[in-house]
Design a protein around this ligand. Structure first.
Ligand SMILES: [Zn+2]
Length: 458
């Protein structure tokens, strides 16, 4: 089914200047804000150029708002009339990922062309995530142009380096913290629209990310003397390493059904047509074990309930069948659920690794789980169901990392959901890939979502 079959109320805001909105996204794409780990090769003048364009394109925001640069990141504040209301913050990032060397000619329209053709806006950032950055600016500008006076203070926050270090978002968040600001909610990229099939329903599921799993790479090192393979008296490094990996993989971490999964089951229960899940979902605490077993049996669900274990790298063994290897290393990748800490995972692995050396190359725990019993979440759900039919909006775990986690200290309702519903093949191949593009229709509908959300909450 095409995602566009779900679109409704596209006639809202008939005076939205769609040509200008398209032109602005196209213009933003033409500015090459590629970020690299090696900051010495980043062209910061492109970020300056983007800032200059934002000032040109959005006169009402510039007039009513305070624009602050923190490094090359941007924080815009538009004061609301009621200071008893906590502010809302709308996020995106300014940077984009590089175009993979050698694929430049595979693009039908150049990655920084910003071409508008065949109903699409083409180029790097049209899906990730200049669409949201420009869409948020268009929405606020539209409301201000129409004389909207915000009751709630609105922040727009655009980090400079989400794709690499996320320092921009951290700097903005610590600035807000210093100012003693606590947000009512924030909206960032992320989330997804998925099929309800795994839950035995044919409605679509809009998954709003309310937390992110952690990420850790664990290196295991095994050493042995090597030598002639005719006398492997105390085993070989390869054998020890294989045993350790097998022991860790065979030792699954604790399974916990997170609150957002319970809420998903409760929300979807009335639409479920398949037993026994329909019955289980009607009494989650009674059938929790059955539900966990069901999640474990499904590719789409299993990683929501526990820390996953994926051995991903191993060094070569020896060069010959009759020579024993010496030093060998392997890497296991973990995606941590909130019930495990990086220290507890490391401790378990050390116990299981039979004395081999285990250490992290990198380790981050899961982010905090945001609340979803909030006015912000309800408003997002109402607005999404106003613009998309036959969908249920549920809280979920976000699959990727976003800048939003930097704001946990100032916001207990961090929602990750880009409201730009594009066909899934275009999303899968386009985000960080070749021929990234967004249909004008998806782009404009996303802007309507943002206008209505800001209008209703602020
Ligand atoms: Zn992104």
């Amino acid at each position: 089914m095409s995602v566009f079959e779900r679109y409704i109320n596209e006639q809202d805001y008939p005076d939205l200047n769609s040509e200008k909105a398209v032109e602005h996204l196209s213009g933003a794409v033409r500015i090459n804000t590629t970020s690299y780990m090696d900051t010495s090769i980043i062209d910061f003048s492109q970020l300056d150029l983007l800032h200059q364009k934002l000032r040109e394109w959005y006169p009402a925001i510039m007039e009513k708002g305070d624009v602050q640069k923190i490094g090359y990141s941007i924080l815009i504040r538009i004061e609301g009339s009621d200071s008893s209301l906590r502010p809302a913050l709308f996020m995106a990032h300014q940077d984009v990922v590089p175009v993979v060397k050698g694929t430049e000619n595979d693009w039908i329209h150049g990655p920084f062309s910003g071409d508008v053709s065949d109903g699409y806006i083409w180029g790097r950032g049209t899906l990730d995530i200049k669409n949201m950055l420009i869409g948020e600016m268009e929405s606020v500008e539209y409301l201000l142009e129409h004389g909207k006076q915000f009751r709630r203070t609105v922040y727009l926050a655009f980090g400079q380096d989400e794709e690499v270090q996320g320092t921009g978002a951290r700097a903005i968040a610590s600035y807000l913290k210093e100012q003693g600001i606590e947000l009512e909610f924030l909206l960032d990229e992320g989330g997804s629209l998925s099929s309800g099939d795994v839950y035995g329903t044919d409605i679509g599921i809009m998954n709003v990310g309310i937390y992110e799993k952690g990420y850790a790479d664990l290196k295991i090192t095994a050493e042995s003397y090597g030598g002639h393979s005719s006398n492997p008296f105390s085993g070989t490094s390869l054998g020890h390493l294989a045993k350790a990996i097998a022991a860790i993989v065979d030792h699954p971490f604790e399974n916990v059904l997170p609150e957002c999964a319970k809420e998903t089951l409760r929300t979807l229960q009335p639409y479920m047509t398949r037993e026994p899940l329909r019955t289980w979902a009607s009494d989650i605490s009674r059938y929790e074990n059955e539900i966990i077993e069901y999640y474990l049996s499904r590719r789409e669900l299993n990683n929501q309930i526990h820390t996953t274990i994926a051995p991903t790298m191993i060094t070569e063994g020896s060069q010959a069948g009759n020579v024993m290897p010496q030093k060998m290393e392997a890497v296991i990748n973990f995606r941590l659920s909130p019930q495990d800490t990086d220290a507890s995972v490391l401790e378990d692995c050390r116990k299981l690794a039979g004395g081999l050396d285990c250490e992290y190359i990198v380790a981050n725990e899961a982010s905090r789980q945001s609340r979803f019993d909030t006015p912000g979440f309800s408003a997002l759900r109402d607005v999404l169901t106003h613009y998309f039919k036959d969908v249920a909006v549920v809280p979920s775990v976000n699959t990727g990392a976003t800048d939003a986690r930097s704001y946990e200290g100032v916001c207990d309702c961090c929602m990750r959901f880009g409201p730009f519903m594009e066909e899934s093949e275009i999303k899968i191949t386009g985000v960080h890939g070749t021929n990234e593009r967004i249909s004008i229709r998806a782009y404009l509908q996303g802007i309507r979502v943002l206008i209505r959300l800001i209008e209703q909450t602020c």
